[in-house]
Write a protein of this length. Structure first.
Lengths: 430, 430
């Protein structure tokens, strides 16, 4: 019986399970000096306040403000639309997909696609809709373009640009940028993104917290999970700090064993967005200087029917990271009725659907292991706020530690500017 | 001006654009004997009837039956639930996401997750809901488990197991398996999956056609696109057959240039599911015998904010395949209102949102090219039935040709059985 909100089982990464494709049992000991250095470097900056992303659960004041604002919004609105893209959307979307309750319907257009964005706006009762424009810099192209269109719609359908002001919440830098200027000019409700927290590490700032609270996510539980995780993260010993162990193992599998591709595979539909959030975090933090791993996402059992063939017999460049959930919310036994004698039916009758799903995960993991394909499992007792809070903080720390191991800065993204500059030049050629 | 439904632009794969990371301009000529052999082997089997998946647009009788059944269903039902998983879901889902019109709401639970499946069933008016159980073999675990639960629900809420019979359509093998037995016993409406068409190549059989027709997809247009594509596929010359050219180029980039990872990146939200359908097709067909490429999916501009850093500066193991759409359905100019003087706003004002999206794609492609990162573009004049039909047939042929180049059978999936057997053993340990 597992009482902790999260447990890392890396057993199927080692040589005794997967043979020569696996890691030596001494792997983490050999890597110990690098792990200690990576841990020390990150946590020194956390302690100094330079990297607050691992201490956001201590910010009770922000949580209280978010909860209060969300409570007011739930009384007045039916829908919340998050105007943002990438890191401004993925964290909140993940929290809501996993944990969303009886709150507002929250929409993440997350792109500049006029067909989808237009269809979304058409279907809303603008009087009963709140908008949350989120951009750390305050100047993100897609976010501003979405906002300008929404202002025009509000003017047309609610009677004037001013009608949007009481329905618009801005989440951005405390001082700088277009959104902050607009908030000041129009007296908008606003939240701050701490300047030292990067976009992809911002899920536990109001960037992710406000939409989640509006959707009815139990953020108190999420913060308990973060606090539990933070205690583990304090240790520089990979036996006690699962983020440090996982960073070391995945790094070794890439660099020493030629396995840069990591597939994150939850066996729960509600965790698909969580896996997508992680893929973004891992890709943008570590993919630089011609190195870094390649994250992909999948969901079990669905993608047993699409990607499993590749994981089992494709090129030996992959690691599969499962997320196994011990208990689903809903019991759903498979009934037989008048079909129990059919041989294709009899063997599954009476089993719970969630139990079958778990056994499919275990069968897949065991088959991969027997085929010499390294895999690990994150286990959660259920999809709870505590487990999700813990996993999302642990994987953020894991990403930061991995930056140290790879020798890259996990907090920058120097490769994304060039395309923006070219796009802007193309647009100027009217 | 592009008049054809689909155009392949491989220019940014070559050395003159991306330097030493690229392919020689002679690449396809050098590969010509292998391409000719791969093309000849596949099309001989197509001609003989052994591989009908490239000639399904000639099956007018099936299309007529599907359209007639869907027309009747639209008069009687509001919702259609597809009971299936993997190849039985992905094709229909892709067609509907790209082209869905004013038809039934179609749901794809696509898993055994009791929380999501239960929530879906709870929300339906069972009297006005049709069910389409799809399994090529007729014995897929997940599909049967879903169906058994639905029968129980129908018995409880509609009054007896028999009440489901007139609301259930089965799509399966013409002769064998549990679903065919059930269809015979209960006199169910049914469609056939041709025995020689594999699950992941079945989108243009009733597996994908019936759900798409129910959703109001213009299948006549899709078939026109398939017919256009089939004319190109007839040629063994890669200059005339874009599927053959793309297969050769992607194979060379993997085997000769160490780039096994292929990211499919449409710049249209409605094509995300199409990219996911392709990932499944490519992964399960080619990932075997320790070889094969690793497909990942993304959507622009969204994933410029998550994966672009990796594509630009990560390990040199990737190729990006864009899908560029020349025209969105909806014009959505960016208005300025009272904010036109702000420097973060002024430069985008007056541009159409869809135009900005296209320029973002072009900026990204040019930035990748300048950074020496090979990329190609599939261009469509718009997201039309003709373009989607063409792309989905061309990429199926590309996959089949690539099987010949890699020396693997693209139509089997030997690696997916082991996990199923273990899961079934685990389940038997009550």
């Amino acid at each position: 019986m597992q009482h902790e909100p999260l447990h890392l089982d890396p057993g199927n990464l080692y040589t005794d399970k997967v043979g020569a494709n696996g890691l030596s049992p001494e792997c983490l000991n050999v890597l110990r000096p690098s792990l200690t250095a990576a841990h020390g470097a990150i946590h020194a900056r956390v302690q100094s306040g330079e990297l607050p992303f691992l201490r956001l659960h201590e910010d009770r004041a922000t949580l209280d403000r978010v909860l209060e604002a969300a409570s007011a919004a739930r009384a007045r609105f039916d829908d919340l639309v998050v105007l943002g893209i990438g890191g401004s959307s993925l964290g909140g979307r993940a929290l809501i997909a996993a944990l969303g309750g009886a709150g507002l319907r929250v929409h993440f257009p997350d792109n500049l696609d006029p067909d989808r964005f237009g269809a979304l706006i058409d279907g809303l009762d603008l009087d009963r809709t709140q908008w949350n424009a989120i951009s750390k810099s305050g100047g993100t192209l897609e976010t501003i373009a979405q906002l300008l269109v929404v202002r025009e719609q509000a003017a047309a359908r609610l009677g004037g640009y001013g009608s949007l002001a009481s329905r618009l919440v801005v989440t951005t830098d405390p001082q700088k940028g277009f959104l902050r200027r607009l908030a000041r000019r129009d007296g908008l409700e606003s939240f701050e993104v701490p300047p030292c927290v990067g976009g992809r590490f911002s899920v536990f700032t109001p960037v992710g917290l406000y939409p989640a609270a509006a959707a009815g996510v139990d953020l108190e539980g999420v913060f308990r999970g973060m606090a539990w995780a933070a205690e583990r993260l304090a240790s520089p010993d990979p036996a006690e700090n699962p983020a440090l162990a996982a960073a070391g193992l995945l790094y070794s599998l890439d660099v020493d064993k030629g396995r840069p591709v990591i597939a994150t595979v939850p066996y729960a539909d509600s965790l698909r967005a969580t896996a997508e959030w992680f893929a973004q975090l891992w890709a943008e933090s570590l993919g630089k200087a011609g190195r870094g791993p390649v994250p992909i996402t999948a969901v079990g059992a669905t993608d047993q029917h699409s990607q499993l063939q590749l994981w089992m017999e494709g090129p030996p460049n992959m690691v599969v990271a499962f997320i196994e959930v011990d208990r689903c919310d809903r019991a759903m036994p498979i009934p037989a009725a008048d079909l129990g004698d059919d041989p294709d039916v009899a063997w599954m009758v009476g089993h719970d659907m969630g139990h079958i799903l778990r056994m499919e995960k275990r069968g897949t993991a065991e088959a991969l292991t027997r085929a010499g394909r390294p895999n690990l499992t994150w286990r959660m007792p259920a999809v709870t706020p505590e487990s999700i809070g813990a996993w999302m903080l642990i994987t953020q720390a894991m990403t930061a530690y991995a930056g140290g191991l790879y020798g890259v800065d996990p907090f920058d993204q120097p490769g994304v500017e060039a395309g923006k500059i070219i796009a802007r030049r193309l647009l100027s050629q009217r």
